[in-house]
Ligand binder design. Structure first.
Ligand SMILES: [Zn+2]
Length: 241
């Protein structure tokens, strides 16, 4: 039987049949990968404990007919702090869910894998500003998926901009607001910060402090842009405390 190895982070899993689980990985080698872990719902299963969402594993996979089959896994990382801290856990849930929906099977997984491992490791290890980490994640993942925000000039070329339109892909000028019906008024500070986030390193993002009012505006811009271009609504965002 043909087999291959992967290094991947577990995005989610779902029960199939009475004893099995379908595991969804983001792998470095093959983008998103779905594979069945046979018998992994049984308490005695060696695989069960290793195949928890967020875990990073090295996996040995057999090629199957409908789905490939997980034959063995070695756990590389478990991120214990995220599992103990509700705010961190909720942030990780959004990150994993969005990644699962935006990355396709056989996509070039390496760039998404690197982003995800970086963000999840930072979330686990440091006293992170979670809102800022999430902004870093949204800007980078939508850009990797091919939806880069246009932040320097309007579609008409003008540089005097004080509006944002998700459907027009970024900032727009006063003369162009009638070209669309989803114009948002945005402050100069927000635009400046979005530009900053685009070039920001992860190590800077986790300690970046943004005043709450501006932060709210940034999050609103990013959410509407992401929703318009990807159409992805997250179940994990419906959780409110
Ligand atoms: Zn314009």
């Amino acid at each position: 039987m043909k087999s291959y190895y992967i290094t991947g982070i577990i995005l989610s899993r779902e029960n199939i049949g009475e004893k099995d689980r379908l595991i969804i990985f983001l792998t470095r080698e093959r983008g998103k990968l779905k594979a069945v872990a046979r018998g992994s719902r049984k308490i005695s299963s060696k695989l069960a404990g290793s195949l928890e969402p967020i875990n990073v594993v090295r996996g040995w996979i057999n090629i199957g007919k409908t789905f490939d089959i997980v034959k063995g896994v070695e756990v590389l990382k478990t991120f214990p702090t995220i599992r103990k801290d509700l705010d961190k856990y909720l942030a990780a849930s959004k990150i994993l869910e969005f990644t699962e929906l935006i990355v396709q099977e056989n996509d070039d997984g390496e760039k998404f894998f690197k982003l995800l491992i970086g963000v999840i490791t930072a979330l686990d290890r440091y006293d992170t500003n979670i809102d800022s980490l999430l902004r870093f994640f949204w800007i980078n993942i939508i850009s990797l998926a091919g939806y880069k925000l246009r932040l320097n000039r309007c579609i008409c070329g003008k540089e005097s901009i004080s509006y944002f339109s998700p459907s027009l892909g970024g900032v727009i000028c006063r003369d162009c607001i009638l070209k669309t019906d989803d114009t948002m008024v945005v402050s100069d500070k927000s635009i400046e910060l979005l530009r900053e986030y685009e070039d920001m390193k992860l190590s800077e993002a986790i300690v970046k402090d943004v005043p709450p009012i501006v932060g709210k505006e940034l999050d609103d811009i990013l959410e509407r842009f992401r929703l318009y271009h990807t159409g992805i609504k997250l179940k994990s965002e419906e959780v409110t405390l």
